[in-house]
Design a protein around this ligand. Structure first.
Ligand SMILES: Nc1nc2c(ncn2[C@@H]2O[C@H](COP(=O)(O)OP(=O)(O)OP(=O)(O)O)[C@@H](O)[C@H]2O)c(=O)[nH]1
Length: 394
């Protein structure tokens, strides 16, 4: 078998590898490398390339906002004492007629037939600014006009650059401190120019002149609130492609005995909030800023605690206006995993009993009171005081 001569391949008679085909291709190939053979074809090619470039630049952004969109996150940012709390109180009063005495945690209000707003007051530290920059749809940037721009404001604008720039509205406060009209006009003009340089030419700036009864003047607040209610938001790329949530309520479900035995034990914590962006799967690892990555034990969809008014209603009547602020001092309905609570402000325990539980000054607290006091409380305020207390560590 080995001696048998190998049979030669037959030469190809047709196709690109045949002699005929090769000769034909050689004729077609341009010896001057990629120089066009015909002017018309070259022009067509150039036009096609330009079209392709343009369509790449204008890829339509998918708007993933559901029919009933989650509340728009409005962050109120500014150096201390610029009037952040005063502005949130004024806006909440305008939208809901509620008088807030203290701002704690996010406050969600129904601002129109199709829009809800969640107000967050941003504390004046860099970590809070970064967290706010990641989630806010609209920033109300407060500036004390009698003082001018401060370093924090510019730092905050720098932080925003890295997270996709949300919409920004400037708000000048403390304008009543100017007694001289000319000085006021000059300051307004100067600050406006500076604001436009930092944001963009023509960025919206509101002026608030003075505080009446702990709130800004009604007309000025109304102008601002109307502007916010009709604003359009373009989805930012990262937020349009990831699920994210701002927790507006935190519950520590850890067993008290366990906690007493080891205050640093792993804790079980439930977070409540509106989900934004894309749907969230239970197998997704969740990143919590400042804490790390965790797998959730369980995800549950609850009833909307602050639903939009029914679509058939023509006007948003006073009664339909709603507020949802579980961390603040307003009474209301709290939706739990398996129950609905009506939170009634005030204490229902008997005064004597209450006193003994709290433990009087001369140390007459009951045993129960002693136990209560030893357990480290889970702070609700800016959610995550206890870094090691959350969910199952990865
Ligand atoms: N005269 C005047 N006082 C104002 C104005 N805006 C706010 N204030 C006062 O400034 C003080 C501070 O206001 P807040 O609303 O607590 O300011 P804040 O930015 O929340 O302050 P921090 O919580 O410390 O960051 C309050 O006493 C307000 O009454 C204003 O436009 N004019």
């Amino acid at each position: 078998m080995e001696d048998r001569p190998k049979k030669e391949h037959r030469t190809r008679q047709a196709g690109p590898k045949s002699d005929k085909g090769r000769r034909k291709n050689a004729e077609k190939n341009n010896p001057k490398a990629f120089a066009p053979l015909s002017g018309r074809r070259a022009e067509k090619q150039a036009r096609r390339n330009m079209d392709k470039d343009q369509s790449r630049l204008h890829v339509p952004q998918v708007d993933r906002t559901p029919l009933e969109p989650p509340p728009v996150i409005v962050a109120v940012v500014g150096p201390p004492g610029t009037g952040k709390s005063t502005l949130i109180k004024s806006l909440v009063k305008r939208y809901t007629k509620h008088n807030l005495s203290e701002i704690r945690g996010p406050i969600t209000v129904v601002s129109g037939k199709k829009r809800r707003l969640t107000f967050i007051e941003c504390p004046n530290d860099i970590n809070s600014m970064m967290d706010v920059g990641k989630v806010a749809d609209l920033i109300l940037l407060l500036v004390d006009a009698s003082y001018g721009f401060e370093m924090e404001t510019f730092e905050f604008l720098n932080i925003l650059q890295t997270h996709g720039f949300p919409k920004i509205i400037g708000v000048l406060t403390h304008l009543d401190r100017f007694k001289n009209g000319a000085a006021l006009t000059a300051t307004k003009k100067r600050l406006k120019q500076r604001f436009w340089t930092e944001i963009y030419q023509g960025a919206k700036l509101f002026y608030l002149s003075g505080v009446i009864n702990g709130r800004y003047p009604n007309q000025e607040v109304m102008n601002l609130s109307r502007f916010i209610s009709v604003m359009k938001f373009r989805p930012l790329v990262w937020r349009n492609t990831h699920p994210y949530m701002v927790a507006d309520r935190v519950e520590d479900l850890t067993d008290r005995d366990l906690l007493q035995a080891d205050p640093l034990c792993d804790r079980t914590v439930t977070f409540y909030g509106f989900l934004r962006g894309t749907p969230l799967k239970s197998t997704t690892k969740i990143h919590m800023p400042g804490l790390g990555d965790y797998y959730p034990d369980n995800l549950t969809a609850l009833d909307d605690p602050c639903p939009l008014p029914e679509s058939q209603r023509k006007h948003l009547s006073e009664k339909a206006k709603l507020i949802h602020a579980p961390m603040s001092d307003i009474g209301g309905i709290i939706y739990d995993k398996d129950a609905v609570y009506i939170d009634v402000p005030g204490s229902f325990s008997r005064p004597g009993q209450r006193k003994s539980i709290e433990g009087s000054e001369d140390g007459e607290g009951t045993e129960e009171a002693g136990e209560e006091q030893q357990v480290p409380p889970m702070s609700l305020n800016p959610y995550l005081d206890h870094a090691k207390c959350l969910l199952r560590r990865v």
